[in-house]
Each structure stands twice: as C-alpha cells, then as structure tokens.
Ligand binder design. Structure first.
Ligand SMILES: [Zn+2]
Length: 324
C-alpha cells in the first residue's frame, strides 16, 4: 500500500536529486545537519551586485562533520556525477591558478559543470618557475590537457596576502617565506593605495613596531596588493614559464590541431560575487587576444601601462616591461 509516509519519502528523494530513478535508497543515511546541494550556486543574489545581508548569509550552512561530507558524496553520486561523466569526455578549456583559502572554487564562482575546469592552488595564487609543482601543473595543462586559457585568480581578503602585509608572529616561518614575494611587492610597490596602507602601518614616533593587525578586506591598499599579486603571477608566466617554449614551437593536440593558449589575471570579490579582469592578458605572439567580457579594473591602470597608449586598453597585450 502506498502510505502517506512512503509518499513523503518519495517527495524527499525527488527534491534532493534530479535523477530519482538512479537513487540507491539503501545507501542513504540520515544527516545530522542540512546538506547543501552539490555544485551549489554562489551565495549571491542573481542579477545583483549588492553585498549579501546577514539573513542571506545565514540561509545556508556548510559541511562540518565527516557525516556531512559523506552525505554530500552520496548526493553527488546521485546527481552531479552524471553531468560530470559527460563533461569528462571533453578536454578542459580552462586552468585556474588559485589560492588555497579561496573557499569558493572556480567551479562555483563560474557556475561550471563539475569536472569541466582544472585547478592548481597554493597560498595566495602564486606562480614561479622555481616552484616545480606549479610549473609542472602548467606544463601538464598545456601539453597533455590542451587548455586554451590559464587564469591566475586572486581574491580580495586573501589570507595569504594578508599574512604578507601583517607579518604576524602567529604565522610560521614556512608560511612567511612562502608569501615573501608578496611582502617584497608590498614593501616596494609605488601604487598609491599600497603606499597609503604602508605609511599608515609604519611605526609611529616612540614606537618599536608598526601596526601588526590585519587590514580589513575592504581596505583599498589590501585590495590593490591582491591585484598586483595576480599581475605578478601573470608576469612570471609570461617571462619564465614553459609558455615561452610552447609559443615558439606551437601547441598541438593529438589530432595535430593547433591550440592557442592565453593567460589572464582575474580577481574575485567575495562581497559581490563579481569577477574583475586585470587587463594583463597575453597569448601567442601575433595572435589577437580574445575579448574578455569581465569588467576591467580601471584602478589598476596607474601602474601597468599599455606600451603604445600609456593606458589600459581592452584587447591589447600588456607591456610587461613597464611599471613594477
Ligand atoms: Zn587567498
């Protein structure tokens, strides 16, 4: 007999899965707390760029226990896995060099189907040809996976960049060494917002040390340093990565098709969900850079100038020789 209880269970299963026919009822276990759907949408109001209010922020909960994690995998197996299986037959077009502490993955930020993009993360999305892990990941993405775009993705409020500014004694030497290139950038940058932040944190007369606390994520100098750090990564990729060789000999797929690889610098704003372009894209010599539809940050232009016009202009190759 089809009881009300059975009907309620059926309704629940239809709700949690787009593919109710493949649900394995025997493997379902109760979860102690609400479980977010896999590949959840960004926590933002569609079509709005306004920061989220507290009620919106409290409308979802994260994963906290191993049981939550297990249940999430169960939901994934029953739903998004089927979508991912289709995507895995396709070559990924995008590789992201991202940050460990950016908890919203590119898949979430760009609402990408599971498995459609590849990522390499470290603290504060840094690239250096002296980092064998990052260098091998880029080489692999180009040579074996034939990605078309490599994106250095920074995020405002980055704890790694914050560590480089605050130089807190709470951070281990290992972490401070890792972010030292960003500390050096902070110390030497002539970008106005960073200079203002730096001056405000200097030791005052009669004090041994300056401000040690972290600046707020909204601080213009902090935001500027996040942007400059992304640009630094793109610059390193341009000058010192395997891309130079790839451009010289050309990248071809197994079917001997030419792949043009372009590199971009983006920054993600957790407060609004917006992704901004830093207008530092480059690609194979002589190849026009595809139009980047994300809004370019005008605030970044006072330091990295286009070689020909002295200002940032969409679609032009960034002049890596200018500015610092
Ligand atoms: Zn970060």
């Amino acid at each position: 007999m089809f009881t009300m209880k059975a009907f309620a269970v059926f309704l629940f299963l239809v709700t949690v899965s787009a593919h109710p026919l493949v649900i394995d009822v025997s493997s379902r276990e109760p979860s102690p707390s609400p479980v977010p759907a896999p590949a959840a949408a960004p926590r933002q109001v569609p079509g709005s760029q306004a920061p989220l209010n507290s009620a919106q922020l409290n409308s979802t909960t994260g994963l906290h226990t191993l049981q939550d994690l297990y249940q999430g995998n169960q939901n994934f197996r029953q739903g998004a896995r089927l979508q991912a299986a289709k995507v895995l037959d396709e070559a990924p077009s995008f590789m992201f060099l991202g940050c460990v502490d950016n908890r919203l993955s590119p898949s979430t930020i760009f609402n990408a189907p599971a498995g459609s993009i590849i990522t390499h993360n470290n603290i504060a999305n840094q690239y250096s040809s002296k980092d064998p892990s990052a260098d091998a990941a880029v080489a692999y993405a180009i040579e074996s996976l034939h990605v078309q775009h490599i994106i250095v993705l920074g995020h405002y409020g980055c704890k790694g960049v914050e560590t480089a500014i605050a130089k807190s004694d709470k951070s281990s030497r290992l972490v401070r060494n890792w972010v030292k290139p960003i500390s050096d950038l902070y110390s030497s940058s002539r970008r106005q917002e960073i200079v203002v932040l730096r001056d405000a944190r200097k030791p005052r007369r009669g004090q041994d040390q300056g401000v040690k606390t972290a600046p707020p994520a909204s601080d213009p100098g902090f935001r500027a340093l996040v942007e400059e750090n992304v640009k630094r990564g793109v610059k390193e990729l341009r000058k010192h990565s395997i891309l130079t060789k790839a451009y010289a000999r050309g990248v071809r797929t197994d079917k001997n098709e030419i792949v043009d690889v372009f590199v971009h610098g983006f920054v993600y704003d957790e407060a609004t969900g917006d992704v901004h372009d830093l207008n530092v894209s480059f690609g194979p010599p002589g190849k026009p850079i595809p139009n980047v539809p994300f809004q370019a940050l005008k605030a970044a232009k006072n330091f990295h100038r286009d070689a020909s016009s002295g200002s940032i202009t969409s679609g032009k190759v960034w002049d890596f020789g200018s500015g610092k």
